[in-house]
Design a protein around this ligand. Structure first.
Ligand code: KIV
Length: 283
């Protein structure tokens, strides 16, 4: 089936793009207005990423993010009736304990959140088992290998993965194992472009890169990084297309100035009574 002009993007549409050599354009969104912008601009896939913990909730890393927070933001995105496929990111501790708990949390994304799929970081044998269980239960799953931010305490710090032969081999076989486990697509984060090229060629499912160079089947970035609205350190792989932070802080500075100098509120931004007699009644 071909993608219809105004119908929502499906997993089949995303997968077909690999065969047609059409890039899959993806972005994160965590709320209603950004989901509207991203959807109206023609993006194929929205990830409600657990990066929201750092980007909009102010956590130091993604570890503290809860299921309830993820569902809250997924619902806000879905309320925008986005055309892109919406993928909910399973947070740390939501798919670790048991198959039953993993399923319950994944179903929450689809039933309560309104997402069409979930994403899971990692590809250990135990993780693959959880993924197989979800796929068997009819839940579309996206994989994620390379730099997996939820492993921050094992990694020590965020750095490029797969620069050495052993690590590169491990990441490539993880991606292949994820394909076997039934994921519909896989995110490759922060790995050398030569490695993502090899993985992309080996897999039948689409690869979506972030910091993984130009050879992936698709690309994803954090929306706030792209528009310059993020705080703190920006990785080398981010290209900024706007500088919202300075635009917004200039706007706030102008507001402060106008209020202090009694320039705002002015007449055009105020209301009037119909007749001054009305005020006689007030006295
Ligand atoms: O949480 C997130 O936003 C992600 C993307 C950066 C891939 O996992």
């Amino acid at each position: 089936m071909t993608e219809k002009k105004n119908s929502p993007v499906t997993i089949t549409d995303i997968q077909a793009k690999k065969g047609k050599k059409e890039k899959i354009v993806s972005l994160t969104a965590y709320d209603f207005p950004v989901a509207k912008i991203v959807s109206e601009s023609g993006v194929d896939l929205i990830l409600v990423g657990d990066s929201l913990g750092m980007v909009v909730l102010g956590y130091e890393n993604t570890i503290p993010v809860t299921m309830d927070e993820m569902i809250h933001h997924t619902k806000a995105v879905v309320r925008a009736s986005p055309k892109p496929l919406v993928v909910g990111d399973m947070p740390y501790y939501s798919f670790h304990i048991s198959e039953e708990e993993t399923l319950r949390n994944a179903f929450r994304f689809l039933k309560e959140g309104g997402a069409q799929a979930v994403k899971v970081e990692g590809a250990s044998p135990r993780r693959l088992k959880m993924i197989e269980t979800m796929v068997d239960s009819g839940i579309p799953v996206m994989g994620h290998v390379g730099l997996t931010p939820q492993s921050i305490h094992q990694l020590g710090h965020f750095r490029v993965q797969g620069k050495q032969a052993k690590e590169a081999k491990r990441i490539a076989s993880q991606a292949q194992n994820l394909e076997k486990a039934g994921v519909f697509s896989v995110i490759l984060e922060c790995i050398p472009m030569e490695l993502s090229r090899v993985i992309t060629e080996k897999l039948k499912i689409p690869t979506i890169g972030i910091g993984a160079g130009p050879y992936c089947d698709g690309q994803i970035l954090v929306f706030h990084d792209l528009v310059g609205y993020a705080h703190g350190y920006l990785p080398k792989f981010v290209k900024r297309y706007a500088h919202l932070h300075s635009i917004l802080s200039d706007a706030v500075q102008s507001y402060i100035h106008d209020v202090k100098e009694k320039k705002f509120p002015d007449d055009p931004h105020s209301y009037h009574v119909k007749s001054s007699k009305i005020l006689d009644e007030v006295d």
